[in-house]
Design a protein around this ligand. Structure first.
Ligand SMILES: Nc1ncnc2c1ncn2[C@@H]1O[C@H](COP(=O)(O)OP(=O)(O)O)[C@@H](O)[C@H]1O
Ligand SMILES: [Mg+2]
Length: 233
């Protein structure tokens, strides 16, 4: 579904991502993990057309999308939830969801219905300002807003950041449910063990380069990966 071939990218003259190769098959959950500052967010932004590509190619559903703009990628079925500031706090829940569907074809009401069925908690809070939601509900809203575009591939940058363990568990369960409904997932996660536990495969980035990759279970069982990147059990 998605293939990065030797992608090199950055924001200024300096490259942050160096010849990174990555693949996501249809139906998978794939996690990208690695130390702070290793370029995980930059890699995700590069897929979504938000950095300067210096080399390599990106293919999405068989099409070369290297250099395409975010709005073009959304129409092709790619959605991206950034790590931070991913809801408009002064807008209501409903307005936030509608923003996700702006300029897309199809009935807004139908688009919202599908998302509200997935997140009944948001349905109860449609008229509430997003800034007054709990942290977990705001994350849910950010994911819901992306789901309004009916993506085939959903990219999530640190969905569990700043959530309590209990809320984090709920969010991971929701991500699994979205995946069961046929949406392929690529996520960046600090909570590497939890993320790999629900993933099919994982990639470990270090200093903007591929370091390890493989089935999630083999990464969890790899002593070197554990001691370097997964911390204590
Ligand atoms: N918008 C930006 N402009 C310039 N440099 C950035 C920007 N965002 C991140 N960086 C730099 O890119 C490097 C990788 O950051 P990032 O991709 O956010 O890492 P991670 O998500 O793995 O923590 C860091 O050195 C960071 O300072
Ligand atoms: Mg990041």
């Amino acid at each position: 579904m998605l293939r990065l071939e030797s992608v090199t990218a950055g924001y200024t003259d300096e490259n942050i991502i160096h010849e990174v190769t990555l693949e996501v098959e249809e139906g998978e959950i794939v996690s990208i993990i690695g130390p702070n500052g290793s370029g995980k967010s930059t890699l995700m932004k590069s897929v979504f057309g938000l950095t300067r590509m210096r080399g390599g190619r990106i293919r999405f559903q068989g099409q070369d999308v290297t250099g395409k703009r975010p709005d073009e990628l959304v129409r092709l079925g790619l959605a991206y939830v950034p790590q931070e500031r991913n809801v408009f706090s002064s807008l209501t829940v409903k307005e936030n969801l509608e923003m996700g569907g702006v300029s897309l074809a199809g009935e807004m009401e139908e688009r919202l219905e599908g998302v509200l069925e997935l997140f009944p908690r948001l349905a109860e809070r449609l008229g509430q300002r997003a800034g007054t939601l709990s942290g977990g509900e705001q994350k849910m809203l950010a994911v819901g807003r992306a789901m309004v575009t009916r993506p085939s591939l959903l990219m999530l940058d640190e969905p569990s950041a700043a959530l309590s363990p209990k809320v984090m568990g709920q969010l991971f369960a929701e991500i699994e449910e979205i995946n069961r409904r046929g949406v392929t997932i690529l996520m960046v996660e600090q909570n590497a063990r939890r993320a790999l536990a629900i993933s099919d495969r994982g990639y470990i980035l270090e200093m903007g380069r591929n370091r390890f990759q493989g089935p999630a279970k083999s990464l969890l069982d790899n002593p070197e990966v554990c001691s370097l990147y997964l911390g204590r059990r």
